[in-house]
Design a protein around this ligand. Structure first.
Ligand SMILES: [Zn+2]
Ligand SMILES: [Zn+2]
Length: 372
């Protein structure tokens, strides 16, 4: 794929340079002339937009609705309909001056570049963004996972010259295993302790809905309860056709009724005074970090469930190889290990050093949730 980056001395190259925005390219164009890290995020100079900017900008292209990627206050926002809706739900009607919805596979031209959104398999509406200029294609994948998730479109491998990958779980120790098996462990515990309530800590966008969908796939059809902070996004998933069965608010439910039930709540709520309304709760937490026993112990998690919406080590390395990209840019997480792996495979690789992106699996606080 790297061979597609041709020197621009030939006639074709110069012509391409002309319709690639108003930059005067002298000689060969490099990927970093198309996308480069700046304090506000990843900036595309020939297209004059930022991808997932962490500061307010004139034109933002957003990969998905998690709050470290999708922030309020931009001029124009380009994203999938779902991502725009999620931003509206979280930030209110005026989260941006203007919005434009893009479908997967649709091509958009911005200045001198062509943009195409492809499913990232991370949460509902999540997209990888392919940025093409001249004969170079860069894919900014945002956050992604390459395993099945009944609540969003499956990850698509997009052939490219430069692949920008996350590295949240970029160490060989992280192998997430099968999420359905983890859900079965939860249900076995529910069957074992019919007098206790099960509280599942799960990030309110994506993880909570995926856990519910996986529970339903096993045939469990009792009502599932929701913490107030999980309701809005979960209801939205249902309006988009994601079947989640009968859901009830915890609010207003008697303590005795909650025996033997399952409740989804933001992770921070499960160690909160809020849990006193449940009979003898079993605290669980659905996260890729639960592979690390010490983390589970630290948080007082009785039943850790290894369920992640990020690719694990095998997923990251398999995806990097599958894109055919000759150059890999690595961002938030374990950049060093992924960069090192790429180099051992003969790929050019470097950390992007973007700041402001956290790990939503760890960072969600109740401050963000509207109601207990
Ligand atoms: Zn995310
Ligand atoms: Zn992220």
């Amino acid at each position: 794929m790297a061979a597609r980056v041709k020197p621009a001395h030939d006639e074709e190259g110069w012509q391409a340079a002309k319709h690639c925005g108003d930059m005067a390219y002298i000689g060969r164009m490099r990927p970093q002339d198309i996308l480069s890290p700046v304090p506000a995020g990843l900036f595309c100079k020939p297209g004059n937009f930022h991808i997932d900017p962490v500061r307010p900008v004139e034109r933002a292209v957003i990969t998905h609705g998690h709050s470290d990627h999708a922030r309020a206050g931009h001029g124009a926002v380009l994203a999938t309909q779902e991502t725009l809706d999620i931003m509206r739900l979280r930030y209110g009607e005026n989260f941006a001056a203007a919005t434009q919805a893009v479908r997967y596979g649709e091509e958009i031209r911005l200045g001198g570049v062509a943009l195409k959104f492809h499913p990232a398999g991370h949460v509902l509406g999540s997209a990888q963004i392919a940025v093409s200029c001249k004969d170079i294609c860069i894919v900014a994948s945002g956050d992604y996972k390459d395993v099945r998730d009944p609540t969003c479109a499956p990850f698509e491998v997009v052939p490219c010259d430069v692949f920008i990958t996350e590295a949240t779980f970029g160490l060989p120790v992280f192998r997430h295993g099968n999420a359905t098996d983890e859900v079965k462990r939860l249900l076995a515990s529910v069957a074992l302790f019919p007098e206790r309530a099960h509280l599942v800590g799960a990030y309110s966008l994506g993880k909570a809905q995926r856990v519910i969908a996986l529970i339903r796939e096993t045939g469990y059809d009792a009502p599932i309860y929701l913490h107030g902070a999980v309701e809005k996004i979960t209801n939205y998933y249902q309006t988009r056709g994601v079947a989640l069965g009968e859901l009830r608010a915890v609010r207003g439910t008697r303590k005795s009724e909650l025996a033997g039930t399952i409740t989804l709540a933001p992770p921070t709520a499960t160690s909160d005074i809020w849990t006193r309304r449940f009979p003898d709760p079993v605290t669980t937490f659905a996260s890729g970090w639960m592979r690390v026993r010490a983390r589970a112990r630290q948080r007082g998690v009785e039943l850790p469930l290894v369920i992640s919406d990020h690719a694990d080590w095998d997923g990251l390395t398999a995806t990097i190889a599958a894109t055919g990209a000759g150059e890999i840019w690595v961002t938030h997480g374990q950049e060093d290990a992924v960069v090192h792996w790429c180099r051992t495979k003969g790929l050019a690789a470097r950390p992007l050093d973007l700041v402001g992106y956290g790990d939503e699996e760890e960072s969600e606080t109740l401050a963000e949730s509207e109601e207990a």
